[in-house]
Design a protein around this ligand. Sequence first.
Ligand code: MG
Length: 175
Amino acid sequence: MATIDHHPNTPRMRIGHGYDLHRLEPLPPHGNGRPLVLGGVRLEHDRGPVAHSDGDAVLHAITDALLGALSEPDIGQLFPDTDPRHESQDSSIFLAEAASRVRKAGYLLANLDATVILERPKLAPHKDEMRRTIARLLGVGIDRVNLKGKTHERVDAVGEGRAVEVHCVCLLVAQ
Ligand code: MG
């Protein structure tokens, strides 16, 4: 891969932070929830996100962490939820765009670390598949991608199963 000539003042590292939350509703006909997809993996559940796109809060938080590290516009600015083209959109498209911007800016993903806060279903059985899927979408090894699952101890909206929340930090290094 060609090395990009950096301006002498180009930072060697850039840190990014992303956050997302989606309300979870019962699936139709009892609510407006979409099928629950997190980290590109479909999870069986009686609730799902209310969203314009597929509502994958993990991919949204990672996308915003990458864009944030580059000081580029955030996911809502690049892919407005008023745009009918993004209706039911597979969120891997958003992540691919962020990954492409990382490469164009001359950076590589050193690692990302995300925390998924979800009362149900349990994340543990799906974590490795989610990490593999995210790593594949980003074109990096699975060792660059970490996920942690937590509950919200049954309190507040997340703890009552009415929302899913994701935090992500990432580190980019100049190529
Ligand atoms: Mg979102």
